[in-house]
Design a protein around this ligand. Sequence first.
Ligand code: PMV
Length: 359
Amino acid sequence: MTEKDFLPAPYQHFSDGGKVTWKAPSNIALVKYWGKLAHQIPANPSISFTLDACATTTSVSYQKKEGNIGGFSFDLFFEGKPKADFKPKIETFFGRIEAYLPFLKKYHFAIETSNSFPHSSGIASSASGMAALSLCLMDIEKQLNPEMDEGFFKTKASFLARLGSGSACRSIEGDLIQWGEHPKIPNSSNLYGIKYPFEVNPIFKKYHDTILLVHKGQKQVSSTVGHDLMHNHPYAQNRFQQAYDNLDRLKSILADGNLEDFIKIVESEALTLHAMMMTSMPYFILMKPDTLEIINKIWKYRNESNVPICFTLDAGANVHVLYPESVKEKAIQFIQDELVVHCEKGHYICDRIGVGAKK
Ligand code: PMV
């Protein structure tokens, strides 16, 4: 599909108003997206586990505007309180998606949003937040065009979410989502995420992600700035190629359930992401001393016990500890005994692979 396929035909119905609510999960990338071109086109393909517990719930009430249509009109509430500092981001988002949702200026919206995870946990809410908002807007569009089919609804929600925050396009469905054109992945697209189309071993259907909250404060460098620093980055082209190659390699690993090789790719991807940050100009480090302590302890524990637990990182200091259901008890024991001391206030979140957003 191309951008043009998301431009709607004139609407059949016109609703005076209503309210829709969606809950969308966060996601954790196995092969990372880092670096983008204009219009939120990723510089390389990526793949992620959709999460379950970490989610954003968004309600959108909409009411037809009277008289002069004017610009976008909306109020924004975060956890029940007006949130003026989120408004510019939504205004920009609406500007980017207006051509695809021409009803946007016809309504006044009240957007109420809340996260399942604490606000200051260092967990980015942009993926789940933009996914939940996009689903609400698609729900409104579906009321104006009731013939829309389910598949198109989800694809367009992913397409819109991408225009809000790239990785948000992987937060519509579960459980393993791929985004970005790859010559060997049929139907892969730079415009939206797709369900991973190849065989996936059952071991990856019940995977756990325990998120260790190492640093809850705001990170010093935003993802937007980080992505931009991949322009003219000395290692960018090799890094992008590596992501293509890792997606290739993952095909047989995911089918066979080869955890040893899975771990090599996932950990290497996490460290490469941070290596790109450390080698950009200006350079920066988002890991904290406790991030490294945790990584070293995971390596030691895995070597000694053969328990297949591994880590991945987002663009921040928190550590995502990944492990299959079969070692759940051992992994949680190890996390409690050895890793929780490295978490801010001992806080961590037990999450797992999930099935996607819900109305
Ligand atoms: O969606 P953004 O622009 O916040 O970028 C997210 C990038 C990473 O989380 C670091 C990697 C990824 O693929 O999710």
